[in-house]
Design a protein around this ligand. Structure first.
Ligand code: UP5
Ligand code: MG
Length: 190
């Protein structure tokens, strides 16, 4: 059937909880367009954009880039895509992000995935990743965890109260975790 409104899924979870890894599996199996807010910001950061240096500073400190910047990047990608099924990864990170998205994009997610992972596991994963990310060091990681707890958990709580949240236990192998994710998307294909 022809889809009139985009199908939006938010993918949330702490730093290193496995959002990007699981999104790749969802794309492969269910044909979504993956939009990682962090990847979009990193791409903007190394481009000639006027926001470049402020994004760099914010990410280095593990803080949150202003909503209008991030929402603009996400919206641009949504408009440029023929796909109407979007996985928005790592966004919204705060209630302010959430409100800005709703206001500017004029849409809400159909459902929200939350990759629930213990802190020590997230720290281990992030510090053993070797991709040269400027925020993958112990000091920034501590801030990322603090910001996650203070600002992102309330968003997760909001969607839980709305009955839109699917909590996934993010400990285990990539495939074991995907077996918890799969039924959520199978249900929405019917
Ligand atoms: N790994 C994955 N799954 C595993 C498993 N089951 N078992 C063992 N290892 C596993 O995974 C992390 C690492 O763990 C990888 O090496 C992976 O192989 C391994 P990944 O899938 O990359 O996890 P993810 O949750 O995507 O981790 P990421 O570090 O990307 O999460 P963050 O939320 O910290 O990063 P993001 O890129 O979203 O944001 C970075 C920064 O950008 C933020 O801190 C913020 O400063 C800024 N930002 C904003 O300001 N606004 C936004 O809207 C978005 C970002
Ligand atoms: Mg990621």
């Amino acid at each position: 059937p022809k889809q009139v409104a985009p199908l939006i899924t938010f993918v949330l979870g702490g730093p290193g909880s496995g959002k990007g890894t699981q999104c790749a599996k969802i794309v492969e199996t269910f044909g979504f367009k993956h939009l990682s807010a962090g990847d979009l910001l990193r791409r903007e950061m190394i481009s000639d954009s006027e926001y470049g240096s402020s994004i760099l500073n914010t990410i280095s400190e593990g803080k949150i880039v202003p909503s209008e910047v991030t929402v603009k990047l996400i919206l641009r990608e949504m408009e440029a895509s023929d796909n109407q099924k979007f996985l928005i990864d790592g966004f919204p990170r705060s209630e302010e992000n959430r409100a800005a998205f709703e206001q500017i994009v004029g849409a809400e997610p159909r459902f929200v995935l939350f990759f629930d992972c213990p802190e020590e596991e997230m720290v281990k994963r992030v510090l053993s990743r070797n991709e040269g990310r400027i925020d993958d060091n112990i000091d920034t990681m501590r801030n990322r965890l603090k910001v996650f707890e203070a600002l992102n958990l309330p968003v997760i709580d909001y969607y839980s109260k709305k009955g839109k949240l699917y909590r996934i236990n993010a400990v285990g192998t990539v495939d074991e975790i995907f077996e918890q994710v799969r039924p959520v998307f199978e249900a929405c294909e019917q």
